[in-house]
Design a protein around this ligand. Structure first.
Ligand code: AMP
Length: 133
């Protein structure tokens, strides 16, 4: 069965999409630990990130870099932090999280709540700020 991220890619499940390349795409995490928390995902359905081929891993981090620059422009922060977990969704992905302090990357803290309109406005701002490849 297709993963939830493949179902987002196909359009079967809605998401607040922010960036795309030939091989990867990015969208807002629906249960964000911080405003601007974004997932970057290879279109190819592979569970474990370190099973990706080098070229695809490079593509993934290239889209991470472009997306992180946009997040950093839109969401005031000291850094855009990078985390890989992958315990919930068996489809490789990178978490990009705007941070000002180490505690801002605490996945055990209560998730931030935003309305659909707030998610959409944020996604649009990030989308518009993504630099070209
Ligand atoms: P993990 O696999 O542990 O790295 O976590 C998976 C992440 O995917 C979590 O932060 C979820 O909030 C996020 N997530 C799961 N389903 C969706 C969805 N439909 N849209 C956006 N984010 C999602």
């Amino acid at each position: 069965m297709a993963t939830v991220f493949s179902r987002i890619l196909s359009g079967e499940i809605p998401a607040y999409r922010v960036a795309e390349s030939d091989t990867c795409f990015a969208f807002l995490d629906i249960n964000p630990v911080a405003r601007g928390h974004t997932l970057v995902v290879p279109k190819q359905e592979t569970d474990y990130i370190f099973d990706l081929e080098d070229v695809l891993l490079a593509d993934l981090f290239s889209l991470c870099r472009r997306t992180a620059k946009a997040i950093g422009e839109v969401v005031p922060c000291a850094r855009v932090g990078v985390t890989v977990i992958g315990l919930e969704v068996p489809h490789a992905h990178v978490h990009l999280i705007p941070i000002n302090a180490i505690g801002d990357m605490d996945f055990k803290s209560p998730k931030k709540q935003f309305s659909p309109e707030e998610f959409e406005v944020l996604a649009q701002k990030i989308r518009n700020a993504v630099p070209s490849a």
